[in-house]
Design a protein around this ligand. Structure first.
Ligand SMILES: [Zn+2]
Length: 182
């Protein structure tokens, strides 16, 4: 384990992973909305294979240029974030990820997306919606922030919600919403 990850684990343990809603702020930055729209567009590619998990989209942006896109694969496959990260190499400390649903905090059958993002040293993560699943529900955001990644929440939230809400908390979805844990 790297020193960075040990630091993150220590922070997470110390925090008890409690949600700090005071840190979840909204952004109406035009650029954020533009790239979140691209992430939303990418998320449409997840349907219908991703069911019962919700269709999530993720785009990676470096210096205002789109460098990768991802979406939720069928259960057992990539989460949107992992899909996008799999298409680029090296550290991403000058890269911002835009993802329509909060990255998952813990490992299920697939690795935790929040931890994968920390390992790749992303500069920033922009999230449309906090995952309503009680097993995540802010923990992903908190984990990213604990690891030193800048996180902005609430970008294009209404538009993304209109698309993804019907797929959240589906009966067969017994795991974290961000991707394919079933
Ligand atoms: Zn995930």
């Amino acid at each position: 384990m790297t020193t960075d990850m040990m630091k993150v684990r220590s922070l997470v343990k110390r925090m008890g992973l409690k949600m700090n809603r005071g840190n979840v702020g909204a952004s109406d930055h035009t650029q954020d909305e533009y790239f979140m729209k691209l992430a939303l567009d990418a998320s449409r590619g997840a349907l219908p294979g991703c069911i019962p998990n919700p269709p999530v989209g993720c785009v990676l942006v470096r210096k205002n240029e789109l460098i990768s896109t991802g979406f939720t694969h069928p259960p057992g496959g990539f989460h949107a974030e992992a899909h996008a990260l799999s298409q680029v190499i090296g550290d991403l400390d000058d890269v911002t990820a835009y993802v329509t649903l909060e990255p998952c905090a813990f490992r299920g059958r697939a690795p935790s997306c929040a931890i994968s993002m920390l390992e790749r040293k992303l500069k920033a993560v922009v999230v449309a919606l906090v995952d309503p699943d009680p097993r995540n529900n802010g923990k992903g955001v908190e984990l990213l922030r604990a690891g030193g990644i800048e996180v902005r929440v609430g970008v294009l939230a209404e538009t993304v919600s209109a698309f993804i809400s019907p797929y959240l908390n589906m009966p067969a979805n017994h795991s974290v919403n961000c991707g394919a844990h079933v």
